[in-house]
Design a protein around this ligand. Sequence first.
Ligand SMILES: Nc1nc2c(c(=O)[nH]1)N[C@H]1C(S)=C(S)[C@@H](COP(=O)(O)O)O[C@H]1N2
Ligand SMILES: [Mo]
Length: 254
Amino acid sequence: MSNEIEQRRKLILSAEEQMAAMSRRSLLWAAGAVAASYGGWRWLLSQPKQDRLLSPLRKALEFNESVWATKISNDKLAPEFDKSLAKEPKPNGIEGLSNDYDFSSWNLKVELSSSDKNPRLYTLDQLKQLPKTEMVTEFECVEGWSQIVHWAGIRLSDFIATLPPQNAKNLYMATPDEKYYVGIDMPSAMHPQTLLAYEMNGAPLTPIHGAPLRLVTALKYGYKSIKRLGYIRFMQNRAPDFWTEYQYDWFAGH
Ligand SMILES: Nc1nc2c(c(=O)[nH]1)N[C@H]1C(S)=C(S)[C@@H](COP(=O)(O)O)O[C@H]1N2
Ligand SMILES: [Mo]
């Protein structure tokens, strides 16, 4: 793990410890108390990557997940743009993207439940048999930048439709080494703008952008769009999520 990420985590965790005993209702008051008693904001502001730390705190003050849970639904579509506006997004986030990965060993492992001992394995060619779907949507990182990107791949809902029906509520998705992982609720997984993408801006994904296959969800912040996807597991419980463990919103709608 990079030092930068380790440092960010420490910052977030230390702020979280300070606030852990405080109830949601008194959070605004609590933020002031933390600032007063620890010189908190001055200290926070003197740290690198301040936005990365401050934004989850700000989110906790302003929103709650139920607001986002009602905001996203299969009726709502993210705006789409002209392809001419699409550019490469900033390469961001390398958890689970080890340099020595053997791409020839890649396949997508799918477990239909937490106790499924016989994962189904898919090659990219097999997945490409499903209808190719394109979208030109805005990719938004919680750090504050965004970029219009032209994606192509298969709809996650089209893929799920090929599997035996089951009534899972969530998906766990992880890199082959499981060092990066995201949890996605089933309505979001079934949304028409949730793709298993293999192309970006008309070319196959490059390794830094998640080759050979990544998730792209147009209605959520970039941290849910896991690169180098290797596992999908259907779950009843809320699936673990890398950044949610450091206080980012699990739902991550924007
Ligand atoms: N495997 C993996 N996927 C990841 C990340 C990561 O660290 N590892 N970072 C996420 C974050 S925070 C963002 S903003 C996007 C960035 O995607 P990009 O590098 O293609 O722009 O990838 C997401 N997916
Ligand atoms: Mo991000």
